[in-house]
Design a protein around this ligand. Structure first.
Ligand SMILES: Cc1cc2nc3c(=O)[nH]c(=O)nc-3n(C[C@H](O)[C@H](O)[C@H](O)COP(=O)(O)OP(=O)(O)OC[C@H]3O[C@@H](n4cnc5c(N)ncnc54)[C@H](O)[C@@H]3O)c2cc1C
Length: 488
């Protein structure tokens, strides 16, 4: 297993093309760019914590392939206990970083592909699972970070991939020969991509027969010829080029350092191709990945919320209203919501089932309900944090003002809360609340792992409304045969 430092050193050796604010970055220094280094430090925690004896049980596990101890982020879940430990691990890491550490996306892609390639081979006689197994062994051997690349730009949402005016708005195969395939298109919102070693491409939705070239899944290095990454902007990101205080979470940043990854005729050898034209399995892969990924959110957002709740409570204490009844009530409300999110992730893990491949899969209904709660409750938790934090979290002068020999004394004097607390400390907590409850962080809760409607479609399909109707009819003593089958 790599350490955090070994992980960072290995990233410097890539020949990666990252554009940021229109400029191509020097590849060996991508990890040092002020916009990127926090995300790298956050991902490095997934490596360092695997060497910390306190977290050995959560962060490491025996490989089901050869029994070696591996980092859990490269593991295939072998039991419901593995699923539970994943959620606990995510909450624990989030409590330390206060933000995303990005590595779960590739972890979920590996597990989803493991189950789907097995079922595909059993039905179609293909050999994708063997290839995936070999790739998995490579990932476990090298402990690399793999970005999970599902979301296509999608263009006009009312049109299917092949109906778009521009065929490249969904990643597709443009050439096949005896050596491999060539793919073209782009993947959007790519978490941790610029600080990963490889990416796992998956289709973004179920495919129709005419979309055969779009049903493609494969692995490739992030610095493969033809791959270009365009780094995304975030709320207040220029502050990263200044001192650390105004950032709020200077060590680990906000969310996962997302980018737009362009694939301009990229060659992928057959041994790294895990789906190529099997349209019937594209939808299944999307569903499996989405459910594994939605399982995470009560873990990671539970941990992030622990930090937000702590920050709000500290701000109340520092400002002299920590003992007020309505503040305690609001903090309790926040705790209730955070634990409710966590409970869904625990529940969908505990209710997980073995798939044909032997890997365990979460309960899809509960995983989707959990992620759907995240799209609402995080907004409520953050709303209460902003309520408790006060207007300061939106209007505070800068660190430079605090340090100014001319006006610093005014900032010091007028931003003071209780006398015993240095003004700088109160400002730091205010900035943390601003950082954690602001634009980029909130949008991730809404759209990360799929927009709310995607979860609603899932749980309405799985919840079996007809069964619920029959329960009611039975208890009310109404014969089932006498009720209309469909609403009039
Ligand atoms: C911070 C962040 C990190 C992310 N990280 C990753 C990652 O690492 N890997 C990855 O693969 N993806 C990632 N995503 C992408 C995420 O899965 C998508 O944002 C999500 O699936 C929504 O897709 P979209 O952004 O294209 O929005 P859209 O699909 O455009 O959705 C916008 C709205 O339009 C609605 N809508 C969309 N299509 C239709 C339609 N046909 N009919 C009716 N309504 C429609 C949606 O329900 C939604 O309300 C990330 C997203 C964010 C915000």
């Amino acid at each position: 297993m790599r350490t955090g430092q070994q992980y960072i050193d290995s990233l410097r050796k890539r020949d990666i093309k990252v554009y940021l604010k229109g400029e191509l970055l020097e590849s060996s220094t991508v990890v040092d760019h002020p916009f990127i280094r926090g995300h790298v430090a956050s991902a490095a925690m997934t490596y360092d914590l695997a060497h910390d004896p306190r977290y050995e049980d959560l962060m490491t596990v025996k490989s089901h392939i050869d029994g070696r101890t591996i980092n859990r982020f490269t593991h295939i879940h072998q039991s419901t206990e593995d699923l539970l430990k994943k959620v606990k691990m995510l909450r624990m890491i989030s409590q330390k970083t206060g933000t995303c550490y990005q590595r779960c996306v590739g972890f979920d892609a590996l597990n989803a592909l493991y189950t789907v390639t097995f079922e595909m081979d059993a039905k179609l006689g293909t050999d994708y699972h063997k290839r995936l197994q070999a790739y998995l062994e490579y990932v476990q051997d090298t402990d690399i970070m793999v970005a999970g690349a599902m979301t296509d730009p999608k263009g006009d949402r009312s049109l299917r991939p092949g109906q778009q005016a521009d065929p490249d708005l969904f990643v597709h195969v443009v050439k096949r020969d005896d050596k491999g395939i060539v793919i073209r298109g782009a993947k959007a919102h790519m978490t941790g991509m610029v600080n990963s070693h490889e990416m796992l491409i998956m289709p973004t939705m179920a495919m129709a027969p005419e979309d055969k070239d779009y049903a493609v899944s494969c692995a490739l290095p992030v610095d493969a010829p033809g791959v270009i990454h365009i780094f995304g902007r975030q709320t207040n990101d220029d502050r990263k080029c200044e001192g650390d205080m105004d950032q709020g979470n200077a060590r680990y940043g906000i969310v996962g350092g997302e980018c737009l990854t362009v694939l301009e005729d990229v060659f992928v050898p057959w041994d790294k191709v895990f789906m190529c034209g099997e349209i019937d399995y594209a939808g299944l892969l999307v569903e499996r990945f989405a459910c594994y990924h939605r399982q995470n959110y009560g873990g990671c957002k539970g941990g992030v919320s622990d930090v937000v709740i702590g920050a709000a409570a500290v701000m109340a204490d520092m400002s002299g209203y920590g003992k007020a009844a309505h503040i305690k009530e609001k903090l309790n409300e926040m705790i209730h919501m955070a634990e409710s999110l966590y409970a869904c992730s625990v529940a969908c893990s505990a209710e997980g089932k073995k798939t044909a491949s032997g890997a365990y899969f979460v309960d899809p209904l509960l995983a989707n309900v959990g992620k759907h709660n995240v799209t609402k409750l995080i907004y409520d938790i953050d709303r209460l944090a902003q309520d408790i934090g006060g207007g300061l979290t939106a209007t505070m002068p800068s660190e430079a003002d605090l340090r100014s020999p001319v006006i610093g004394k005014y900032v010091e004097k007028y931003l003071k809360g209780v006398v015993s607390v240095p003004t700088e400390h109160r400002m730091r907590i205010g900035r943390l609340i601003e950082n954690m409850t602001g634009g980029t962080a909130l949008v991730e809760s809404m759209h990360g792992a799929g927009s709310p409607q995607a979860q609603k479609v899932f749980y309405s399909k799985l919840s079996n409304l007809e069964h619920k109707k029959r329960l009611a009819l039975d208890i009310a003593g109404v014969p089932v045969a006498e009720t209309p089958k469909k609403p009039a």
